[in-house]
Design a protein around this ligand. Structure first.
Ligand code: PLP
Length: 394
C-alpha cells in the first residue's frame, strides 16, 4: 500500500505577491473549535467581522462582509451584481489584474471599453474621463488600486466623483492595497470594492472582503435580470450575513476565525501606524535595490510600498535566482506575470511580511545570489542605502 507522509511544508519568508506571512495569533485562532454556522458564538463573530471590516475599509456601508473565496471571488461578486447584459463598462488596463477585470466584465455580458496604459504606468484620469464621455450610458468604471503585476500605485481619490458625474459607479480592486495603504471607501466615493485575506491583512488565502455603497445597492435592487451568479448574489448573501440569518451557503468557519483575528491585529496596530510601517520598509527596499544597480519597473512617483517590481538584469537567469533565494535563504519572491514574465521579479512587503529584518534579508540574499551569477555588484551598498533610508525616516 502506498504511504503518504505527514505534511511538512517549510516555514518560508514570504516576500512574493501573496500569500504573505501569517501572524501566529491568526494560526492559533484557526485552531478554535468549529461550531455550527448559525451557532450564536459564530453569529457574534460574524457581526464583529463586519464591524472590523468597516473600520479597515473606512466606510459606514451596511453591506460589508467577507465573501467565501479568494480575491477573485470578490471581483466576481462586485461585477456580477452590478453588470447586466449589454451594460457599458470602462476598465483601466495597465497590467494583469486590469486584464482580469476586463475579461470578467466581458464574460458577464458587459460591453467593455478598455482604457489601456503601458505596463508600469498609471492609467491617466483624463483618459478614463474620455472613455466615460464616449460611452452612451456607462454603468461603471473599474480600476485596480495596486497593480500587483507591475508595482504601480493607481491614483483613485478623484475617480468616484468623476464616475458619478457621468452617471456611473466606481468599482475598485483593492486586493493588494487593503491593510497596506489607505483605502477610504466613503471619502473617495467608491461604490464597490473587493480585497483578499492573504496580502495586506495577514491571514491565509480564502476570503474576499467586499463592500457596496448605498448607491451600488440601489443598482443591485433595480436589476431587471437576476444576478448571473447564484453563489455571489449579494442580495442573497446579505440575508445570511444580515439579521435574517437565512442559510445560503456554509460560511468557512475557520477562515472567518482567521480574518477576525487578523483584522483585530490591524486595528490594534492602527491604520496610520500600519501605513507608515509599509512606507518605511518599502523606501528602504527600493533604495537598496537601486543602490545595487537594479531598475524598478513602475514609473517614479507611483510606486507601491507593498509590492516592488524589479527588472531582471540582462544575462541573469530569472528562475535560477528565485530558486537560489528559496534554497539558500528560505525566501520566496514572485516571478513576472503576462508580458512581464521573465522580465521582472516581484518583491512583496505586505502585512506581517513588511518588516525591517525582511528588507535586510532580501537585499543581502539578492546581492549574494546575483554576485554568484557573475553580476558586478558593490557588495554591501544595498544594505547601507537601506540603513540610511531608515535613519532618514526615524
Ligand atoms: C492577487 C490579486 C487578485 C486575485 O486575488 P486571488 O486571491 O489570487 O484570487 C486580484 N487583483 C489583484 C490586484 C491582485 O493582486
Amino acid at each position: 500500500m502506498a504511504s503518504f507522509p505527514e505534511l511538512q511544508p517549510s516555514a518560508r519568508v514570504l516576500l512574493g505577491p501573496g500569500p504573505s506571512n501569517v501572524h501566529p495569533r491568526v494560526m492559533k485562532a484557526m485552531l478554535s473549535p468549529v461550531v455550527g454556522h448559525l451557532d450564536p458564538d459564530f453569529v457574534s463573530v460574524m457581526e464583529d467581522i463586519k464591524k472590523l471590516l468597516r473600520m479597515v475599509f473606512q466606510t459606514s456601508n451596511e453591506i460589508t462582509f467577507p465573501v467565501s473565496g479568494t480575491g477573485s471571488a470578490g471581483m466576481e461578486t462586485a461585477l456580477a451584481n452590478l453588470i447586466e447584459d449589454g451594460d457599458e463598462v470602462v476598465v483601466g488596463v495597465n497590467g494583469a489584474f486590469g486584464e482580469r477585470l476586463a475579461d470578467a466584465a466581458g464574460r458577464l455580458g458587459a460591453k467593455v471599453h478598455r482604457v489601456e496604459a503601458p505596463w508600469g504606468q498609471i492609467v491617466e484620469t483624463e483618459r478614463l474621463e474620455s472613455a466615460l464621455r464616449a460611452a452612451s450610458h456607462p454603468k461603471l468604471v473599474a480600476v485596480v488600486h495596486a497593480e500587483t503585476s507591475t508595482g504601480v500605485y493607481q491614483p483613485v481619490e478623484e475617480l468616484g466623483e468623476l464616475a458619478h458625474r457621468y452617471g456611473a459607479l466606481l468599482v475598485l480592486d483593492a486586493v493588494t492595497s487593503l491593510g497596506c495603504v489607505p483605502v477610504e471607501i466613503d471619502r473617495w466615493q467608491i461604490d464597490a470594492c473587493y480585497s483578499c485575506t492573504q496580502k495586506g491583512i495577514g491571514a491565509p488565502p480564502g476570503l474576499a472582503p467586499v463592500t457596496f455603497s448605498e448607491r451600488a445597492m440601489e443598482t443591485v435592487r433595480a436589476r431587471k435580470q437576476k444576478c448571473r451568479s447564484w453563489y455571489f448574489d449579494v442580495a442573497m448573501i446579505e440575508r445570511y450575513w444580515g439579521p435574517d440569518r437565512l442559510y445560503h451557503h456554509t460560511a468557512p468557519i475557520s477562515m472567518n476565525y482567521a480574518i477576525y483575528e487578523a483584522l483585530r491585529i490591524v486595528v490594534e496596530e492602527g491604520l496610520e501606524a500600519r501605513f507608515k510601517r509599509h512606507a518605511a520598509n518599502a523606501a528602504a527596499l527600493q533604495a537598496g535595490i537601486q543602490a545595487m544597480g537594479l531598475a524598478l519597473a513602475a514609473q517614479p512617483g507611483y510606486r507601491l510600498p507593498q509590492l516592488t517590481a524589479v527588472q531582471v538584469p540582462d544575462g541573469i537567469d530569472d528562475a535560477k535566482v528565485r530558486a537560489d533565494l528559496l534554497r539558500m535563504f528560505n525566501l520566496e519572491i514572485g516571478a513576472g506575470l503576462g508580458i512581464f514574465k521573465g522580465k521582472v521579479w516581484r518583491i512583496g512587503l505586505m502585512g506581517e511580511s513588511s518588516r525591517r529584518e525582511n528588507v535586510m534579508l532580501a537585499l543581502n540574499a539578492l546581492e549574494t545570489v546575483l554576485a554568484a551569477q557573475g553580476m558586478e555588484i558593490a557588495r554591501g551598498a544595498a544594505l547601507v542605502a537601506a540603513d540610511n533610508s531608515y535613519t532618514r525616516a526615524a
